[in-house]
Write a protein that binds this ligand. Sequence first.
Ligand code: GLN
Length: 191
Amino acid sequence: MIVGVLALQGAFALHQQRLRDLGVTAPAVRTHAQLDDVDALVVPGGESTTMSHLLRTNELFEPLAKRLGDGMPVFGTCAGMILCASQVEDGRPDQRSFAAIDITVRRNGYGRQLASFEADLDVDALAESFHAVFIRAPRVERVGTDVEVLAEHDGVPVLLRQGACTVSSFHPELTPDGRLHQMFVDSIRES
Ligand code: GLN
């Protein structure tokens, strides 16, 4: 199984590391040809407006939209969650997203004081809590009826899944704990 990591910008290298720790081949994806070679994709944190722009200038937006429409598994984290969402608040007017999951997210929605914070989350299907790092995180404001909420923080969903699309508003790659990457890899095997 090959799980690519979108590597146009942002926190891609540690995602590759976490996947490799699990024995998964995890190439960087920057081109259409590289996208064609992967079975699934991680869209990392970073800056969603910049990634949206680079997806277009690298002629990757349409090919990736097509793969996602065809059901390729994707794990979008932080800015990657914004790119997967069906609706984005406080985005740039020219920012685009893939609508791979039916949620509304507000960019930088935790406000100034909570711009960055850490929390131990109870995650469905994990026996022990997961230590999550939030950095200028998107805040989920609406969850579609077909979306599963896998974890919440203070009553706000922070880890969600709809079909082949999993998203987190935090950065799961920043701790050595590979359990959410493992959960994603397991979901690919089951799909
Ligand atoms: N605030 C960033 C954005 O709008 C996301 C931050 C992150 O990925 N750590 O894309």
